[in-house]
Design a protein around this ligand. Structure first.
Ligand code: GLA
Ligand code: ZN
Length: 685
């Protein structure tokens, strides 16, 4: 098992801190001194600085003001603390928007946006790129040897939102010429433009505003990812030149659909992401926690298991959801340890101190408007910091799961844009999360990967709604199963190629041979309707009795596959609803309908047992409690996390787990309070 190096070897400990805006407090220097006192009190050691500081750093074109930043960098260093230092491109200064209109985006209707807001520059604008490179060069040269410089935080939450300016449209057409070898016929074929007379006869006619041309819209999204990465590389170049040893990152946004993070991840040194789940908005907090774990898993997998940074989360409430409930006592700690449990080597916040004005003045912060440390939030943050101080041994460790779920951005784009068979409630992400839930409850670690990843490390590969198959994917899945792997897929799989052209010859297209079925039709149901499926008895897949199926029901014909469950109602009663096909040394399952949670639980519980997939702890955990693991090959760090408001007692007598937060005693019975979390350790077996 490999241990990855710390994010920056200069500081091999957990980073704990937050977004800090000293430039909002330039006129009150006493605040800065007080912040240093509070930072130490809260067991914090880093501050993310300068994220939106362009107007303070370059108040006039070419006239730089680094005094305030020098001060804060120096103060951090004096206090043995560090800066996650940002480049300021997330928000542009007013003088630039006024002098160079091209830096502002153009809307789909061709209107140049006003100055204001943030995250809204044109990615193509040569002026904007030039200005970014200039200021980033100044920053990199000035702080290259600064003891406080730890990580570069490039820009902020890049989005893939479109800009329809002439520069962007020209860049898109150029991108297309490259992709289609300058061959417009080829493009017309791949985009199926004979439909509705959409044939293009000149590249200049292509304007990505027509959602009826699916191939074009997919390419437009791909272009925007490539364009954003190109922008990121351009603005990072001076950082890489002057500070080659300082890791460069930009904060991602979980499963944000606008950018394909699988492509972006290759361009950053360390993955970082911002996490804002909604707890307490429903009865089952733990279901939100499952989704959070799923997304943490993606971030760990983006760089092959390498620990990532939790760049932002709120220490208290956010302010931008329709209803912003306070985090219940304890939730902050269990959330923080959850992110560590899945592979984060940092716990960082938005924000350190609430500003007095602007639209984020009511967003949670470590330091509230009252200005002192005697708050619940401050105490909870301090407590997280105290725990992190004891977890140095966890730094750089990871996990190598035996199970993977495929969650693929391009697949999501294609599913979302498809017209039919149900246009509402397609729910690709929630479906993938639902397939993960049993593993979370059973304390089984899982990777979340995309369809280009290597499948060979896994025993079980789950690909819900694998609508799109890029070239070679079906062959790699066949190879995986032939070699002994178990593959599970569902309705709406094997439908279209990478340009969203349907596979001729019967669905699930290139997976038909592997799955041993033909999906002739897909029925869809209204929200309140259901189909019933029933397990065949005796059942080799752990299914029993009847289950509800909703929304999507494929009508399939086994072609060599064995039927495991059949529909009991609808006009397809009696037809196969779940099948398994033996292929080489492995098995391929097809789940033809969107079945209920009990189905998923029975099905995957059986797979875990049958395939001998290892769980982090052997004892059954109460619903809403999970155990996650990281290891360096000789020790396992086990995180017990309770996402329910009830206290639970967990039997760990078979585990030989020692308390990592206390004196190291063996814990046989763990008392977990509501929203409680505990870090334990054992030697590897
Ligand atoms: C994002 C941004 C931050 C802040 C927070 C508020 O994550 O990066 O600047 O606006 O949201 O939750
Ligand atoms: Zn543009």
């Amino acid at each position: 098992m490999k241990r990855f190096p710390p994010i920056n070897p200069k500081f091999p400990h957990f980073l704990h801190g937050g977004d800090y805006n000293p430039d909002q407090w330039i006129k009150t220097p006493e605040i800065r001194d007080e912040d240093m006192r509070l930072m130490k009190l809260a067991n914090c050691n880093t501050m993310s600085i300068g994220i939106f500081s362009w107007a303070s750093l370059e108040p006039e074109e070419g006239k730089y003001e680094f005094g305030w930043l020098d001060d804060i960098m120096g103060t951090l260093a004096d206090n043995n603390a560090f800066a996650v230092l940002a480049t300021p491109s997330g928000a542009k200064p007013a003088w630039m928007s006024a002098k160079y209109p091209e830096v502002r985006r153009v809307t789909v209707d061709g209107i140049r946006e006003h100055h204001g807001g943030r995250h809204n520059h044109c990615r193509t604008s040569p002026v904007y790129r030039e200005k970014c490179v200039a200021i980033n060069t100044e920053l990199a040269r000035r702080y290259r040897n600064h003891p406080a410089l730890l990580v570069w935080h490039v820009s902020n939450e890049y989005n893939g939102d479109p800009c329809y300016c002439e520069l962007c449209l020209a860049a898109f057409r150029q991108w297309l010429r490259k992709k289609y070898d300058d061959d417009l016929d080829q493009l017309n074929h791949e985009w199926w433009t004979a439909f509705w007379s959409h044939t293009f006869t000149d590249w200049s006619q292509i304007t990505p505003v027509d959602p009826s041309i699916h191939g074009m819209m997919l390419d437009w999204k791909r272009f925007r990812t490539d364009q954003t990465i190109d922008f990121f590389k351009t603005e990072s170049a001076p950082l890489r030149e002057y500070t080659p040893g300082v890791p460069v990152t930009t904060n991602f946004m979980g499963t944000y659909p606008g950018l394909d993070y699988w492509k972006f991840a290759a361009a950053v040194d360390v993955v970082s992401w911002d996490h804002y789940p909604s707890y307490h908005d429903r009865d089952d907090d733990w279901k939100q926690a499952v989704e959070a774990s799923f997304t943490h898993n993606i971030n760990r997998c983006l760089k092959g298991g390498r620990p990532y940074m939790q760049m932002e989360c709120s220490p208290g409430v956010v302010n931008w959801k329709p209803i912003n409930k306070l985090k219940r006592p304890g939730l902050h700690r269990v959330e923080a340890l959850q992110c560590v449990a899945h592979g984060a080597d940092t716990v960082q916040y938005f924000q350190w101190r609430k500003g007095r004005g602007g639209c984020e003045k009511f967003h949670g912060a470590v330091v509230d408007h009252c200005g002192h440390e005697h708050t619940r939030v401050f105490r909870e943050v301090t407590d997280v910091g105290k725990t992190l101080l004891k977890l140095d041994a966890v730094i750089g460790t990871t996990v190598t799961p035996e199970t993977a779920v495929i969650y693929d951005w391009e697949n999501r784009w294609a599913i979302d844009q498809a017209a039919g068979p149900r246009n509402k409630g397609k729910n690709y992400l929630p479906t993938c999360v639902a397939h993960y839930r049993t593993f979370w409850n059973a304390a089984v670690p899982v990777d979340v990967i995309n369809m280009d990843c290597d499948f060979t490390p896994y025993k079980l590969l789950i690909a819900p709604m694998l609508y799109m198959l890029r070239p070679g994917v079906a062959e790699r899945i066949e190879h995986f199963v032939a070699g002994g792997g178990t593959f599970v897929t569902t309705y709406l799989s094997g439908i279209a190629n990478e340009n969203d052209l349907c596979f001729p010859g019967g669905f699930p297209g290139p997976l038909r041979r592997l799955l041993g079925i033909w999906a002739e039709e897909t029925d869809v149901l209204y929200d309140d309707e259901k189909a019933i499926i029933e397990a065949v008895e005796p059942n080799p897949a752990g299914l029993s009795g009847r289950y509800d199926a909703r929304m999507f029901c494929d009508i399939i014909h086994p072609e060599g596959a064995r039927t495991l469950a059949v529909y009991k109602n609808q006009f397809y009663a009696g037809k196969a609803a779940v099948t398994v096909n033996t292929f080489g040394k492995g098995k391929a399952y097809y789940i033809a309908a969107r079945n209920d949670d009990r189905f998923l639980s029975d099905f995957y519980t059986h797979q875990i047992r049958q395939l001998g997939i290892r769980a982090t702890v052997q004892s059954a955990l109460p619903t809403g409690v999970t155990a996650q693991v990281r290891t360096d090959g000789s020790r396992e760090f086990v995180f017990l996390l309770n996402f329910t408001r009830d206290a639970h007692v967990i039997d760990l007598s078979a585990e030989r787990l020692r308390d990592m937060e206390g004196t190291g005693e063996i814990i046989a019975r763990l008392q977990l309070p509501g929203y409680g979390a505990k870090v334990l350790v054992r030697d590897c077996r």
